[in-house]
Design a binder for this molecule. Structure first.
Ligand code: COA
Length: 259
């Protein structure tokens, strides 16, 4: 169904593998278009509870936007490229009501680091390397990297990466809060799936509310505390809240229905 992505659905987890290993999974127009489609699939398919984004091959998650597509672009075309990517893919991943997690299996550079950062959180294999090397090309990130890197690692560390183009290894990325867990390459997907199995056993509406409220921290158009108050109130109108509290009091496991 997709030309540049492999997808597989198991236990409610959609694994999306960006599959251009000969180009280190660089994000060309086709990958961006298909990622937009796969996000719609995640939004609309009730069998999908959460998703993993990873890269094909042992070497790279995503080594950036496809540099060959930058040649000869005008100022307006550059602006359109960034806006289109942010609106159709990166912002939608961040705002997805269903958890989308990056399993970073190698280079996460430029648009690859930005893709990982748009996910709700990140796990990495011990060979992963992160960086925003756009400055080497006379460019800057265009898919939200200047914003999300500051959010995740703080301004000083973000500017060090943005200005130097240097890469950091997985251990440093973990120490800086860019990734939550580091595993061996062999264990990366299993560990990511195990974490999503845990999340998928929770009440889906509560999970979605947590994502929306956490995103509100970085959204100047909302008061995040107010967003939390409203979402907390809305939880009381759900079957799953009644089920969760009853199950606790009756000392049994809850059976959530997503309603
Ligand atoms: N866009 C387009 N093609 C890319 C790419 C990108 N972002 N990153 C890698 N490729 C291609 C290479 O051109 C090469 O293609 P070829 O075999 O047809 O020549 C192939 O992927 C393998 O990459 P190569 O550079 O040979 O691998 P390497 O192990 O020597 O180096 C990197 C790996 C990641 C250090 C290097 O590929 C690199 O610096 N890539 C660009 C990273 C970048 O600047 N990203 C930000 C883009 S805005």
């Amino acid at each position: 169904m997709y030309q540049t992505l492999l997808t597989s659905l198991e236990n409610g987890i959609l694994t999306v593998t960006i599959n251009r290993p000969e180009k280190l999974n660089a994000l060309n127009k086709d990958v961006i278009t298909e990622l937009a489609s796969v996000i719609s699939e995640i939004e609309n398919n009730n069998e999908i509870r959460s998703a993993i984004i990873t890269g094909a091959g042992p070497k790279s998650f995503v080594a950036g936007a496809d540099i060959s597509e930058f040649v000869g672009l005008s100022k307006e075309e550059g602006e359109n490229l960034a806006r289109h990517g942010q609106e159709t893919v990166f912002n939608r991943i961040e705002r997805s009501a269903k958890p989308i997690v990056a399993a970073v299996n190698g280079f996460a550079l430029g648009g690859g680091c930005e893709l990982a950062m748009s996910c709700h959180f990140r796990l990495a294999s011990d060979n992963a390397r992160f960086g925003q090397p756009e400055v080497n090309l006379g460019l800057i990130p265009g898919y939200g990297g200047t914003q999300r890197l500051v959010q995740l690692v703080g301004k000083g560390r973000a500017l060090e990466l943005l200005l130097s183009g240097n890469m950091v290894d997985a251990a440093t990325a973990a120490q800086w809060g860019l990734v939550n867990h580091v595993t061996t390459p062999d264990e990366l997907l299993a560990k990511t799936r195990a974490l999503l199995d845990t999340i998928n056993s929770k009440a889906p509406i509560a999970v979605a509310h947590c994502i929306a409220a956490a995103n509100a921290v970085y959204d100047e158009s909302q008061n995040g505390y107010e967003t939390e108050i409203r979402a907390f109130g809305e939880s009381f109108a759900t079957d799953d809240m009644r089920e969760g509290t009853s199950a606790f009091l009756e000392k049994r496991k809850p059976a959530f229905t997503g309603k």
